[in-house]
Design a protein around this ligand. Structure first.
Ligand SMILES: *Cc1c(COP(=O)(O)O)cnc(C)c1O
Length: 324
């Protein structure tokens, strides 16, 4: 999930730096970025990010590989193995007792105080969002290759796990550019951390958090353990999103196990949230209303459903066994 957006943003920033400092001449290949003189140049610059784990992995690994100094500010939800993996790349991992919002705040403040530091701002970054949105084109190509047609009579339903909103927002934005009204995007959030749902349903956007309504914000789906949504993404999703579902943690464990047993695919808990989508769309009263209002009822037999299930390929073998 985070690789596409995170790596894009760091490469984009790198390109800006390289052009500004005239490190590459017109027409020179980007392989040159690995040369010792350019790596030495990058080592004077810092990249920082606040994360529940996966964005830190994405930003941290690509930045370290390019030669930057990297500081990842991890919230209390971040799994130990993710911190260990980052440290093995030489990344400075700082841990906080608080939730994701606090890690971002501390990281942003530290970065702002250093003019050679660049902060990847998960709550506001347009570059990160655009990096995620490329998923739309990738999916279009995959569907074409599989000869799956999306049109007026064959609607596309996509169910995407949501934390702060950037990744599912960017993906939905990308899909909407291509499939327009023929794609119906739904976000899925943990019952205890439905921050985007709360922001959209109340209209308060990032001025309300899940703790305000007595929820804990705690979930095994570490990538979705976010209490307050991105205001930037909320504003865009208001017009684009078809709906939201929530899912209980015990169901994530069941989906994780079932997927392994039936398809031999390992996913981490966060990446299993999307499976709740098809369950809700075919059973829930609110979903039925949505299908009726949008003239979809008679088209459902031709509908294509996609569960966005990306996350878990970096999980170590030992931890996989634990999850299973
Ligand atoms: C972070 C994450 C998400 C949600 O992305 P946000 O930008 O936080 O909304 C979904 N799935 C996985 C596996 C993630 O790591």
């Amino acid at each position: 999930m985070k690789a596409r957006g995170g790596i894009y943003e760091v490469l984009k920033h790198t390109e800006d730096l390289v052009l500004e400092h005239k490190l590459l001449r017109e027409g020179e290949g980007y392989e040159r970025l690995g040369d010792p003189d350019i790596r030495k140049f990058f080592s004077a610059y810092t990249i920082q990010v606040g994360s529940t784990g996966n964005l830190g992995l994405s930003i941290g690994i690509i930045s370290a590989v390019l030669g930057y100094r990297v500081i990842v500010h991890m919230s209390a939800d971040a799994k130990q193995w993710k911190k260990d993996l980052l440290r093995s790349y030489g990344v400075d991992v700082r841990e906080y007792q608080g939730d994701y919002g606090e890690a971002v705040k501390r990281g942003r403040a530290l970065s702002d105080a250093d003019e050679n530091s660049y902060f990847v701002d998960d709550e506001n970054s347009k570059n990160l969002f655009l990096g995620y949105s490329v998923a739309g084109k990738r999916l279009q190509k995959q569907l074409e290759e599989m000869k799956i047609v999306i049109d007026e009579e064959h609607p596309l339903f996509v169910y995407i796990p949501c934390g702060v909103g950037g990744a599912p927002g960017g993906i939905s934005f990308g899909l909407k550019q291509i499939f327009k009204d023929q794609v119906h995007c739904f976000f899925v959030e943990p019952v205890q951390a439905p921050c985007m749902l709360l922001g959209l349903a109340t209209g308060l956007n990032n001025e309300i958090c899940v703790q305000d309504i007595g929820l804990t914000g705690k979930t095994q789906a570490d990538g979705l353990a976010v209490g307050r949504p991105s205001a930037f993404v909320g504003g865009i999703m208001k017009k684009m999103l078809s709906g939201e579902m929530t899912v209980e943690d015990y169901r994530l464990s069941e989906y994780l196990k079932d997927l392994m047993e039936t398809e031999k695919i390992f996913l981490e808990p966060s990446a299993c949230a999307g499976f709740q989508g098809p369950v809700c769309i075919s059973n829930d009263v609110e979903a039925k209303k949505y299908l009726e209002t949008n003239g979809l009822k008679n088209k459902m037999k031709n509908a294509v459903h996609i569960v966005w299930a990306t996350g878990g390929s970096l999980v170590p073998e030992k931890i996989r066994g634990m999850y299973l």
